[in-house]
Design a protein around this ligand. Structure first.
Ligand code: 3PG
Length: 218
């Protein structure tokens, strides 16, 4: 077990646990990304997962790190080793993925990067644990059975001190169910910066969703 990796992942989980609700963002515009970060900081939600689903993800992470150094910015949808490297070279402080890819986990360990692979079954949890992961994304949370499923599936591993970040179908409606589980560090979701709202510049709506989430996170 690589103790340094375990500690870095614990630090990432602790930092995310201090924020509790993490926007999962699919962004193409740097200007809109920065405006969103301004609202997040104003409301006290100081973290964001920028998904590697757009070609702009890496440069947006760099810009966020420069303009909002106090915002804990991470990379999501890390599907391969090249994107993992790009994410951390760009300034990401943590990274997550929807699935468990041992190659990406091993590269994160070698690079000393905090990384949470995605899991939703006992077999995936055990494989990730064997490599030294203690911080895991639970995905797709709602479709996999929600908070009830997470409680059940994490039950046998309580002694390992696992921490989870459920995403996939999480919204302000059900976030509290997940946050009530001791092992849940934070929840993530796209509802705080939906593409349709960003495209339409629905900033009042985005701000009120962020304000609502910030209250829930307290
Ligand atoms: C993720 O990448 O974590 C999920 O796509 C977020 O799912 P959501 O759109 O249901 O919030």
């Amino acid at each position: 077990m690589n103790q340094d990796f375990v500690e870095r992942c614990q630090e990432a989980a602790d930092r995310l646990a201090s924020i509790r609700i993490i926007p999962v963002l699919v962004l193409t515009s740097e200007t809109k990304a920065l405006k969103l970060c301004e609202l997040l900081m104003k409301r006290g939600l100081g973290a964001a997962e920028i998904t590697f689903r757009t070609k702009e993800a890496a440069s947006i992470i760099t810009s966020i790190s420069k303009n909002f150094p106090e915002l804990y910015v991470g990379a999501g949808t890390i599907l391969n080793v090249a994107d993992l490297k790009r994410a951390f070279d760009s300034g990401a402080r943590f990274a997550v993925a929807p699935g468990f890819n041992p190659r990406v986990v091993k590269a994160a360990i070698e690079g000393g990067h905090p990384f949470a692979p995605g899991v939703c079954t006992p077999s995936e949890i055990e494989q990730a644990c064997e490599l030294g992961c203690r911080f895991l994304k639970f995905f797709p949370a709602e479709a996999a059975g929600g908070a009830t499923m997470l409680k059940a599936v994490s039950g046998p591993y309580k002694h390992l001190g696992l921490r989870f970040m459920p995403t996939g179908g999480v919204t302000s409606r059900n976030a509290a169910d997940y946050l009530a589980i001791k092992e849940v560090a934070a929840v993530g979701g796209t509802w705080l910066g939906k593409a349709e709202d960003l495209d339409a510049d629905n900033w009042d709506k985005i701000d009120s969703l962020i304000a609502e989430a910030a209250l829930l996170a307290k």
